[in-house]
Write a protein that binds this ligand. Sequence first.
Ligand code: MRU
Length: 368
Amino acid sequence: MKINRKHQQTIWLKENNEKIIQVFDQRFFPHQINIFDITNTSEAIYAIKEMIVRGAPLIGVTAAYGMYLACIEAKEKNNPNEYIVEVSKKLNATRPTAVNLSWAIDMMQKAINAESSIQKKIEVALKTANQIKQDDIDICYHIGKHGLALIKAIAKEKNGETVNILTHCNAGWLATIDWGTALSPIYHAQKEGIDVHVWVDETRPRNQGANLTAFELNEQGIKHTLINDNTGGHLMQHGMVDIVLVGSDRTTKNGDVANKIGTYLKALAAFDNNIPFYVGLPSSSIDFSLLDGVKNIPIETRDENEVKYIQGKVDGEIKSILICPETTPALNYGFDVTPAKYVTGLITERGICEASEEGIKGLFPEKF
Ligand code: MRU
């Protein structure tokens, strides 16, 4: 997708230096568009942990390149295999909820283990990371194609009137490599000339909606309105939302969806108002080993200061401002789980299915 009318992706190899991975530093969007160089495994771990990169699919791809860097570093170690496993454990521990992380690391580890010389391990690691990246682009493209049918149907029902879509957090191209998950159908709808408008939840405390989704839609020329996190229910009661589209960090095999904190409340409001609530997700976000997301999905707890302070641009500078008494304690869960019964459907790269074991099995029989 575009920044300043130029097509960009979220992660790439530095020109003329394949040992450096470059990403956008998403911490300061939309005020500063900086590039961050990942030159070693410590920087890969830091980039994921500190949310320089974020969004389940992009976390997975960054970890894949982190494993490639681990192979380069392993060349200088007495026990290269041990070192690679050590790094994989550190990468795995950076963000516990998004399952794409362990999915990508496992895939890398398998490819690396299949080679015996360290030179071959480096080569196969780079090839596999590039492939995971390319697959994510293709998958997100297809999620968009399948989700487009839903938006098209609503537009037809409304005789071409604007389709109002509500989204939470950022499940756009900045959370993936290109296209996005929940936003991909919206980008496809725009290409088809369908009149769409997006309600963008600000998504406290990190404000991925305000900082990233609003930025993406703005760059792409899609009509959107920023709302505070508590407004969605009111809009739904007054017929101002036609469909809710969100992403997922981990979906269990029975269709429970972990996504950014606050998603569950939107699903409840959508359910109460008979508004379709769909989740766009690549199969790499499905945890085929888990049932019952509320009980079993690990939920990341982040620093309380993310709740106590708010970051923004003041007099041309990015600043953090305290919004409560300094000594007030805060609690900062990063994600919540929406039970499958509130999810109208899952939009995957293979099509749309019911959020249930049967539905998921219908699209991904080989995983059962
Ligand atoms: O904490 P983040 O910014 O990594 O959380 C991102 C989200 O919750 C997204 O909505 C989710 O990863 C789906 S993205 C394609």
